[in-house]
Design a protein around this ligand. Structure first.
Ligand code: NDP
Length: 283
């Protein structure tokens, strides 16, 4: 029997709808949650991502502002803007769309965002809180991955989970979240020898490597839950994940499509974090 597909678009729409009463409660107290997005340069993919976030905000009653800078913007101008946004009481969440032009120090800029407004969850304080098992703002993609696994009803505690990819924004936090939910987690990367037998042990396999067709049928345990985070452009221009969808569908128990899997969840979790940041100002 082919794998059940996990519909990220539908789960994200449910999540956004569940935010409506919280946004209404905030409105009753005179607060409109607001997200500020800092966009540097004219990379079409970054512009598209920011547009999607702005649209998702509008759908949810969250106010958004885009702070666009030219590709040659100086570090000081950006730091000044972040400082202003940190101080602005009408702004609850601040994100810097990545990647930044290479001349800019992304880590330094991200570190200048107030941890209380760091709704992407990339600040060391928020990543540290996640490491300590008391997360505040969790990065949207890993949080979305967990939501999709939960939505599918796949048990996590006591199961073997394998995460392929160890980036700070996807792989590592995903591994931490699975560990927190009592999975036994293996975190793999480009220097991992013999990836296939490790992957085949996974009850839950999360692939976030950015390599089209990295995971084929032989790397998947029959019945496993496979979450494909990858976004790659195929030779024919189509967007594909890291998993060979048609082949893996025959063997997995659950599978996320690309597009329409993890991507919509990433944006929905960001909006949820922004609403939470606004709620925290009233605590
Ligand atoms: P990075 O390039 O930062 O990290 C990729 C990771 O994959 C690295 O840890 C790398 O290992 C590992 N890797 C690369 N090739 C292999 C391989 N052949 N075997 C095993 N491991 C490998 O990417 P990100 O984490 O930022 O993103 C990963 C993918 O997810 C990309 O396709 C990206 O576009 C997508 N993405 C999707 C999102 C969504 O919303 N759906 C959001 C964010 C990202 P090493 O550390 O050794 O180099």
């Amino acid at each position: 029997m082919p794998a059940k597909l996990i519909d990220g678009k539908a789960v994200a729409a449910q999540l956004r709808a569940s935010l409506a009463p919280r946004v209404a409660r905030l409105a009753a107290r005179g607060v409109r949650p607001a997200l500020a997005a800092v966009l540097v340069g004219d990379d079409p993919a970054s512009q598209l991502y920011v547009r999607n976030k702005v649209r998702a905000c509008a759908d949810t009653g969250v106010r958004s502002e885009v702070h666009a800078f030219p590709a040659d913007a100086g570090a000081t101008a950006l730091a000044d803007r972040i400082e202003r946004l940190n101080a602005d009481e009408r702004v609850h969440g601040i994100i810097v769309q990545l990647p930044l032009p290479p001349a800019l120090d992304a880590a330094r800029l991200l570190a200048s965002i107030s941890p209380a407004k760091d709704v992407d969850g990339f600040h060391a304080q928020n990543l540290g809180a996640l490491l300590q098992g008391r997360p505040r703002f969790v990065p949207g993609t890993p949080a979305g991955v967990l939501r999709l696994i939960e939505h599918a009803g796949v048990p996590i505690a006591g199961r073997r989970a394998v995460v392929i990819g160890r980036s700070t924004i996807v792989g590592k936090p995903t591994a931490l979240l699975l560990l927190q939910r009592d999975a036994t987690v293996t975190l793999c990367h480009s220097k991992t020898p013999d990836l296939a037998p490790l992957a085949r042990e996974a009850d839950i396999l999360v692939v976030a490597a950015g390599r089209a067709k990295l995971v084929g049928r032989a790397m998947v345990k029959p019945g496993a839950c496979v979450i494909d985070v990858g976004i790659n452009r195929a030779a024919d221009g189509k967007v594909v994940g890291d998993v060979d969808f048609d082949a893996v569908r025959e063997v997995a128990g659950w599978l996320t499509p690309v597009p329409g899997g993890v991507g919509p969840m990433t944006v929905a979790m960001l909006i949820a974090n922004t609403v939470e940041a606004a709620e925290r100002t009233l605590d």
